[in-house]
Design a protein around this ligand. Structure first.
Ligand code: DC
Length: 216
């Protein structure tokens, strides 16, 4: 049986990963996986239950206790907690501020990577995050790294009505000891500061087509 294809899209915050990963998945009929949403879900769960996000042991206990399931709805994977998908709650400023602390804990990353790899049961994937090409699916040939200037990324977040210190979050994501944000080996780097989403998506799709044409 052929292995599912995985397109890995990593990059900095507000570099257009979600928009482009979703569009690429739709264009190819692949399943979209937002791994940031999975880390956000754990951050939300801990905040809601007053679990100390700075205590790795408390996080490990939470990971043993929470009742989760992965499901695929309209071509997008969701991590449910007790059957609930906290779609709004994971996007609050409070969750955004908490999530890099949670994401820096090795046991948390191990749990997430295991469940992210399990998503291949849903079929071919477009998976976006910070360590997909380096750590979750390092074997895939289809790796992309999106970036844009800090000014442009801040402008995008502000336009979405979200005030956030992106530089601080990127710094935490890039400097953590386990699976830090970095350009994966062999990734196509796209700086889309001056590109529209349409242009960025087209670049990714073209690169995927070229790779597929070269494949044996
Ligand atoms: O992409 P996002 O902003 O929703 O990600 C939320 C946080 O989760 C962000 O601080 C980085 C972290 N993250 C990670 O460490 N590894 C991933 N694969 C995805 C997200």
């Amino acid at each position: 049986m052929t292995q599912p294809v995985v397109i890995a899209i990593d990059g900095t915050s507000a570099s257009g990963k979600s928009t482009n990963a979703r569009r690429v998945a739709r264009a190819l009929g692949y399943v979209y996986v937002d791994t940031g949403a999975m880390y956000r879900t754990l951050a939300w769960y801990c905040l809601a239950r007053r679990i100390d996000i700075h205590d790795p042991k408390a996080l490990a206990t939470a990971l043993r206790r929470w009742k989760t399931s992965l499901t695929c709805v309209d071509g997008e994977v969701r991590l449910l907690v007790d059957g609930y998908y906290p779609q709004q709650e994971i996007r609050t400023a409070e969750t955004s501020a908490a999530v890099p602390h949670v994401a820096a804990v090795p046991k948390v990353r191990d749990w997430m990577v295991k469940h992210q790899r399990a998503c291949v049961r849903f079929g071919n994937l477009v998976m976006e995050g910070r360590d997909i090409g380096t750590n979750v699916f390092p074997e895939t040939d289809l790796k992309f790294y999106l970036d844009a200037t800090l000014d442009e990324r801040t402008r995008r977040r502000t336009a979405d009505g979200l005030a956030e210190n992106l530089a601080a979050r990127d710094q935490r994501d890039s400097q953590r000891a386990k699976a830090p944000l970095m350009v994966p080996l062999g990734a196509k780097v796209i700086n889309n500061s001056r590109l529209t989403s349409d242009q960025t998506t087209a670049l990714i799709l073209e690169a995927v087509r070229q790779r597929s044409a070269q494949a044996p």
